[in-house]
Write a protein that binds this ligand. Structure first.
Ligand SMILES: C[S@@+](CC[C@H](N)C(=O)[O-])C[C@H]1O[C@@H](n2cnc3c(N)ncnc32)[C@H](O)[C@@H]1O
Length: 298
């Protein structure tokens, strides 16, 4: 875990300008009451407006606070640098309902909850054992609490992972060395193309997150299925762009895409810790498509 922490102490992620603002309307997909009402029949108790952003990075607390001005929000991260920037972003935009905690989400004594909503966007795949991370978050959920997770898919990360492994073999460990290597690579080489195509590749934090990360797991569809089956939580919906409404249909679509070598998105999904385990719980109350009403990254 130390290597991951050092990585994020060195490379703040993400790196939006501190004055970057979000319109309140465009953060509403992060609204706890709206999510709760969509997926739960019992109303959310007033005192249970609690949100944990697990592995919050430097920005997410701000849009979560905007969307949930009356909730108690806890922002947890390994990295002091990321937390400081997240806190500053919130303060500059007068978002005052966020408490920042430095710590490891695997430690049950840090930010122990219970929480009605937990967000773990792009975090669990940086743990040595993502399943243990999922269990640690489950332990912090209130009954019927919701957990949003984004995980890397094998398909979407294939090229980036090949480049990351090559760079590790070449002992390229920082952005200066990476840029130096890029300047020396023949422009048509596969590695040069990968580096050039990276999202945020013109910025140090983007290059570092894609290619220099010390700990990454990617998931094939069957591995994701096994992970979720073992989680003891109910899969309510897939939320990535283009996802089909019924999880069963989306599993099939993902499997087909993967088999055709065409799976180029990461997984975004919503889980629930059911108060009573019931194998016949309907997946979701709404018939809207996830594409129209997705909880997407800002
Ligand atoms: C890729 S960033 C994602 C940040 C944020 N969730 C977002 O979507 O912008 C991953 C974050 O998770 C944090 N992190 C990784 N492992 C962690 C752990 N075990 N406990 C707490 N935070 C962790 C890192 O420090 C980093 O800030």
């Amino acid at each position: 875990m130390d290597a991951v922490r050092h990585h994020y102490e060195r490379y703040t992620y993400p790196r939006y300008p501190l004055l970057a603002s979000v319109r309140s309307g465009s953060a509403q997909h992060l609204n706890l009451q709206r999510l709760w009402a969509r997926y739960n029949t019992d109303p959310l108790p007033r005192q249970q407006q609690t949100i944990l952003i697990a592995g919050c990075g430097s920005f997410a607390p701000y849009p979560f606070s905007l969307a949930n001005p009356r909730a108690k929000i806890t922002a947890l991260d390994l990295s002091t640098t990321n937390l400081k920037r997240a806190r500053l972003h919130c303060l500059l935009h007068l978002r005052l309902n966020v408490t920042c905690r430095r710590g490891d989400l695997l430690d049950p004594d840090v930010a122990s909850g219970p929480f009605s909503l937990i967000d773990a966007y792009g975090v669990l795949h940086h743990l040595p054992d993502p399943g243990a991370g999922l269990q640690a978050l489950r332990g912090r959920l209130a009954d019927n609490g919701l957990l949003r997770v984004m995980l890397y898919s094998h398909g979407a990360r294939k090229g980036t992972e090949a480049a990351r492994r090559a760079l590790r073999r070449l002992k390229v460990r920082d952005v200066t060395a990476l840029r130096g290597l890029y300047d020396r690579l023949p422009s048509g080489s596969r590695l040069a193309r990968r580096l050039a195509e990276a999202p945020d590749g013109d910025a140090n934090h983007g290059l570092a997150d894609a290619f220099l990360h010390p700990q990454v797991t990617t998931f094939r569809v069957t591995a994701l299925k096994a992970l979720l089956a073992e989680s003891g939580m109910e899969l309510l919906a897939f939320l990535h762009t283009g996802a089909l409404t019924r999880p069963a249909d989306e599993w099939q679509r993902l499997q087909q895409l993967e088999a055709n070598g065409a799976l180029d998105i990461n997984y975004l999904f919503l889980l629930r810790k059911n108060a009573v385990q019931n194998p016949h719980i309907p997946a979701a109350k709404s018939g809207k498509t996830a594409g129209r009403d997705r909880l997407d990254r800002l």
